[in-house]
Design a protein around this ligand. Structure first.
Ligand code: ADP
Ligand code: MG
Length: 259
């Protein structure tokens, strides 16, 4: 629709930059004696249209990594490029601008309590230039139908279950037509069928629109939908196993009785 940098690069015969390019990324929280390192030299590259899942124990730095890529935090050490744009040393205005191209689904939903499901999703579409309010509303409805909430359009968050709120947040992120989607355990509050449906939807978006997807998940039932599965431990990406071998391992662990 709009002619973004990717489009221009394609027309000029230049390859478009990776959705994400991270080199030597480290991060600390706290000051002085309380200073603690939570990321230790992370290297990672994700192409446009690639679906990458990120697993790893609680506290290993997954959410921190996502918030750095999402330009929600200032880079302290190392490089983070999103669509070729360097975030280290970027200004607040540059980060704000970049965030308009990134769909983010974080835990806690962040829905506005006084707005209906449809209005919450429409807020995402409101960021798109040149759409009439009717077109934005129609798009909001379409995305809500796509996540299985076509019959809950006018409910307030208060009247929706945790899983339904999660799906409204997913629809809102998709309504922005993101070039990159960052999702932090988006299926955690969903039953297995709905969770898989949602990830199939995100996968379709990645493949049809060339949107890169980086998703934190512990859900072994969706690992087969990934192009790559990465594992983090203690602030490092420790291996880059192929989706097939990780799926086999995770399923074996599930069948062995762990949850
Ligand atoms: N805002 C913060 N201030 C201080 N420490 C934090 C903050 N956010 C996360 N941490 C700590 O950093 C580590 C990594 O956290 P996080 O990135 O949330 O890991 P994960 O998402 O893998 O569970 C944890 O030890 C966590 O307690
Ligand atoms: Mg987390």
């Amino acid at each position: 629709m709009s002619s973004g940098p990717d489009q221009a690069a394609i027309q000029l015969g230049r390859p478009s930059p990776p959705a994400i390019e991270i080199a030597g990324l480290s991060h600390w929280y706290g000051e002085g004696k309380m200073r603690r390192q939570v990321l230790e030299g992370v290297d990672l590259s994700i192409a446009s249209g690639e679906v990458v899942l990120l697993t790893g124990p609680s506290g290993c730095g997954k959410t921190t990594l996502l918030t750095l890529v999402g330009a929600l935090r200032q880079v302290q050490a190392g490089q983070v490029k999103v669509f070729g744009q360097e975030l280290a040393g970027s200004s607040r205005a540059e980060r704000q601008q970049l965030r308009r191209s990134i769909g983010m689904i974080f835990q806690g939903h962040n829905l506005l309590r006084c707005l209906s499901a449809e209005q919450n999703v429409q807020m995402g579409a409101d960021l798109l230039p040149g759409l009439s309010s009717r077109a934005r509303r129609d798009q909001a409805r379409e995305w809500l139908r796509a996540v299985g909430l076509g019959d809950q359009l006018h409910k307030l968050p208060h009247d929706l279950s945790g899983g339904q709120k999660q799906r409204v947040a997913i629809a809102r992120a998709l309504a922005t037509h993101p070039r990159l989607l960052l999702a932090d355990e988006p299926t955690a509050a969903l039953d297995s069928r709905t969770g898989r449906d949602v990830v199939v939807l995100l996968h379709g978006l990645a493949k049809e629109q060339g949107c890169g997807v980086l998703m934190v998940t512990h859900d072994p039932r969706i690992l087969d939908l990934a192009d790559r599965v990465l594992r983090m431990e203690d602030g490092r990406v420790v291996d880059t196993a192929s989706a097939d071998s990780v799926t086999a391992g995770a399923l074996a662990a599930t069948e062995a009785g762990s949850n």
